[in-house]
Design a protein around this ligand. Structure first.
Ligand SMILES: Nc1ncnc2c1ncn2[C@@H]1O[C@H](COP(=O)(O)OP(=O)(O)OP(=O)(O)O)[C@@H](O)[C@H]1O
Ligand SMILES: [Mg+2]
Length: 262
């Protein structure tokens, strides 16, 4: 079975896209086949991977709103090779906004993205679909979260971010009421500065509130920005770095999760 992993937080700049591309490459290096779907109109997943943005996500969503469409064909048509073994991307661009308007206007159910992915999920290839989302709470985010078997919520380790995480955990509670069969894998502190008191205190706060749901943090490292600006993952830029090890640890946690089915 394919495992769908959605990365979401309505707050901007918390490391969602950084996590998507590096987790994707880590899993690919473990021998898994990965499809990243960029559902953020900023289209950054492509940029971070050194690729061109395109209207792939727009075509996928706008065509497949129609229950008579053949999602498998559209998924295949819009999938681009990233030039890395086993790592593929359906890119996004600003047109994704229009797909969101169409989803909302047609009252597409919360399950619509999951339904579009079903031919993949039941096929078991790719092994993982990773979904990047926009920093907002439009109709795509909720549907992308519902599509997830595993949900990861990156957050900055500062006091002002705690509210944002609380909010998204409330959304998860709402999704469960709508028969969501996925699981919140955890809250991922990013840009963690071990030496600053605020970073440490905020991890303690997160642990007090969310207990076992707090994942091992990703440290604040300029190297991640440098890799991004070159269109490389951390495994290409410096595979021996601490950041590479931290993202590999996250990939191992994802891999250990067995598919829970629904
Ligand atoms: N652990 C880290 N250490 C240092 N810089 C980081 C780290 N994680 C992300 N960044 C940088 O922070 C910025 C924001 O990261 P990113 O684009 O991944 O966040 P995002 O949540 O996807 O943003 P948006 O909400 O706009 O989509 C980028 O410049 C990225 O290179
Ligand atoms: Mg992003």
């Amino acid at each position: 079975m394919t495992t769908t992993v959605t990365i979401a937080n309505q707050k901007g700049g918390v490391g969602k896209t950084t996590t998507v591309v590096n987790l994707a490459h880590a899993l690919a290096l473990m021998g898994k086949e990965i499809l990243v779907i960029d559902l953020d109109p900023q289209g950054q997943a492509a940029t971070f991977l050194g690729m061109e943005q395109s209207a792939g996500a727009f075509y996928l969503l706008s065509t497949c709103i129609d229950p008579a469409a053949n999602p498998l064909m559209v998924l295949r048509q819009q999938t681009r090779s990233s030039g890395r073994e086993r790592l593929y991307l359906i890119p996004g661009n600003p047109l994704t906004n229009m797909a969101q308007t169409m989803l909302n206007a047609s009252n597409a159910p919360v399950s619509v993205i999951r339904r579009i992915l079903l031919p993949f999920i039941s096929n078991g290839k790719p092994d993982y679909v990773l979904i990047d989302t926009a920093p907002s709470v439009g109709g795509i985010q909720e549907r992308a979260m519902w599509a997830a078997d595993l949900l990861i919520v990156p957050t900055l380790p500062d006091s002002s971010s705690l509210e944002g995480v609380r909010y998204i955990v409330e959304v998860v509670t709402e999704l469960k009421k709508k028969d969501w069969g996925g699981k919140l894998l955890g809250i991922l502190p990013t840009q963690y500065e071990e030496r600053t008191r605020e970073s440490r205190a905020s991890i303690d706060d997160l642990k007090k509130t969310f207990r076992g749901l707090v994942l091992p943090p990703i440290s604040d490292r300029t190297i991640l920005r440098d890799a991004r600006s070159r269109g490389q993952t951390i495994f290409e830029y410096d595979s021996e770095s601490q950041s590479a090890k931290e993202y590999m640890t996250l990939a191992e946690l994802v891999r250990k999760e067995t598919y829970r089915g629904r």
